[in-house]
Design a protein around this ligand. Structure first.
Ligand SMILES: [Zn+2]
Ligand SMILES: [Zn+2]
Length: 301
């Protein structure tokens, strides 16, 4: 399966932004690998439109109706391939790359555990990191987390897409009204504002880093704490690049990166935009913002 819009976005950005070229080069290889991994995605029975809409109106995720059964062996094999790519081409320190290569995901994962990536990826990453340490292998939890996330995405994204489609179009997302993914519950990794012409202000969408579902979300609303007071919300961006902005919230000190389709000048592929927007994390951090805001710090303490 080739994704022409994705390839076009990658080549355009690689030309226009030499500073993002090497990251895009790595991610392009990762996305190609994910397309191969996606062939092993489990079959999943899509919920009926009524069941899907009822779940959303109760503020329950669509996967809470019954999540795809990720097979442990399929997952472990795919994770090994993602880990190998990251170790070879991910620009890790030599010793981290070596440690990553020596991880055996089949051995680290207990029976039936692969499906934990859906509900508690961070906890699973912490557990696997601890189990690796018991075997004398030191890897950062963030590295394990990256591997788990990027392994799970291709195994879940077709089901997630079908789940959102089951809701019917157009769907009124004000019923969900959340910065958490309506399919799997993961906090949005980025957003974009669609170019829908001069008359209609473009709608804002959010994108899930895990299952890659996207959903509508109010433009004047914090995706982390739900703040609606526009004096607390602000877009920060470089004048030279108005297509990529950080939507910050003074109430929870969280932010979300948002691409503007009109200014970007081409169709939005959220994973590509997220790579191009990586430098914005440092800008947000230097101003005291964290991706998930204060809520995240509380849960981390
Ligand atoms: Zn999701
Ligand atoms: Zn907020």
């Amino acid at each position: 399966m080739t994704d022409t819009a994705r390839s076009n976005a990658i080549s355009r950005y690689s030309e226009r932004r030499p500073e993002s070229a090497s990251a895009l080069d790595f991610f392009a290889r990762l996305w190609d690998l994910q397309d191969e991994i996606a062939e092993g995605a489990p079959d999943w029975e899509t919920p009926s439109g009524d069941d899907a809409r009822a779940a959303i109106s109760r503020h329950q995720t669509l996967f809470s109706l019954g999540a795809p059964e990720i097979d442990d062996a399929v997952f472990a094999d795919a994770a090994a391939r993602v880990a190998a790519l990251l170790a070879d081409d991910g620009g890790l320190a030599a010793e981290d790359a070596e440690a990553l290569r020596s991880l055996d995901f089949g051995e680290l994962l207990k029976d039936g555990e692969a499906k934990r990536v859906i509900d508690e990826l961070d906890v699973l990453a912490t557990d696997l990191t601890a189990r690796a340490a018991e075997k004398g292998i030191t890897v950062p939890t963030s590295t394990v987390s990256f591997v788990l996330m990027n392994t799970a995405t291709p195994l879940l994204r077709a089901a997630a897409k079908a789940a959102v489609e089951a809701l019917g179009t157009p769907f009124d997302w004000t019923v969900w009204d959340s910065g958490l993914c309506p399919v799997c519950g993961t906090p949005a990794s980025s957003g974009w504002v669609a170019d829908e012409g001069e008359l209609k202000g473009g709608e804002r969408h959010l994108s899930c880093p895990l299952c890659r579902a996207s959903w509508g979300f109010a433009r004047v609303r914090c995706a982390r704490c739900g703040e609606r007071d526009h004096s607390k919300l602000e877009y920060l961006f470089d004048e030279a690049d108005p297509g990529h902005r950080i939507h910050t919230c003074k109430t929870c000190h969280g932010y979300v990166k948002v691409a503007f389709e009109r200014e970007v000048g081409m169709g939005i592929r959220p994973p590509v935009e997220e790579v191009v927007m990586l430098p914005l994390d440092r800008v947000a951090e230097s101003r005291g913002y964290t991706p998930l805001g204060d809520q995240d710090e509380e849960s981390a303490n």
